[in-house]
Ligand binder design. Structure first.
Ligand code: DGL
Length: 261
């Protein structure tokens, strides 16, 4: 039976991670799940996010997934600790924040400031702060709640004036506080990177996706069945498969069917 790595997110954001996973494991099989019905996760309660993510993990187990990548910061921040214990016997889970925190804090001096752009739930959890401080306690972290960014990406509002003003207002905080590095702390935000660079080209942007993919490649426990039939990617969503395809474009030009489950 074919084995897959499961990759989950609330929508198209996790495709920014899937594209990196496919680069480093081009012959592997992947199942992607975008929970478009419950998107955005970032304004939901931890209990709701836990419940949605659990349902996806049950689906993955049924599909013979053995390794799962939480390509979602919000889920990693508020639901991972509990789900790791509950699925310990059947799944190895790679939570985004915890997996990349060390790399995200590299090459900075004492007192340097990292700005974390993320959803409300991720910022409220203070997970980035806690994880980064494990590796470098002398770095300062500024969390910036970017509620609304996910909708810009899912609805492709890249030219919308209100959307641009919202992005500008958040990047002003990065500038005012003189941050050295900006962590794209939501997997939807790489879709906005061109816009970020245009507004503020003077700061270093850290997209965790590449480093996460490398770590998954090295640490996932994969059998030969992961390479059976070579490089199959299947996409599942809980609502609007056609909209998902359109919004996915930056990272995946999906030609195949997107299944509604
Ligand atoms: N892309 C996800 C994240 O990294 C979820 C965003 C959302 O649905 O609010 O946090």
């Amino acid at each position: 039976m074919k084995e897959y790595i499961g990759v989950l997110d609330s929508g198209v954001g996790g495709l920014s991670v899937l594209s990196e996973l496919v680069k480093v494991m081009p012959e592997g099989n992947f199942l992607y799940y975008g929970d478009t019905k419950n998107m955005p996760y970032g304004t939901k309660t931890p209990d709701e996010i836990y419940f949605y993510t659990k349902k996806i993990l049950e689906f993955f187990v049924y599909k013979n997934v053995k390794n799962v990548v939480f390509a979602c910061n919000t889920t990693s921040a508020v639901a991972y600790d509990k789900l790791k214990v509950e699925f310990n016997d059947v799944l190895k889970i790679f939570p985004l924040i915890q997996t990349v925190a060390q790399d995200a804090s590299k090459n900075l001096k004492n007192g340097d400031l990292i700005a974390v752009l993320a959803t409300k739930a991720t910022i409220n959890s203070k997970k980035y702060e806690a994880e980064i401080k494990k590796y470098n306690s002398k770095i300062d972290i500024l969390g910036i709640d970017c509620t609304g960014f996910v909708e810009i990406v899912e609805n492709r509002l890249y030219e919308d004036k209100n959307a641009i003003d919202l992005v500008k207002s958040k990047l002003d905080m990065v500038k005012t506080n003189n941050a050295k590095r900006v962590i794209l702390g939501c997997t939807h935000y790489p879709y906005l990177l061109d816009m970020f660079r245009k507004i503020n080209p003077d700061v270093e942007y850290f997209n965790p996706a590449g480093c996460l993919a490398e770590i998954v490649k090295n640490e996932a426990k994969l059998s030969q069945d992961f390479y059976k039939d070579k490089g199959e990617i299947k996409f599942f969503v809980s609502k609007n498969p056609d909209e998902f395809k359109k919004s996915a474009k930056t990272f995946f030009d999906i030609k195949d069917d997107v299944y509604l489950v």
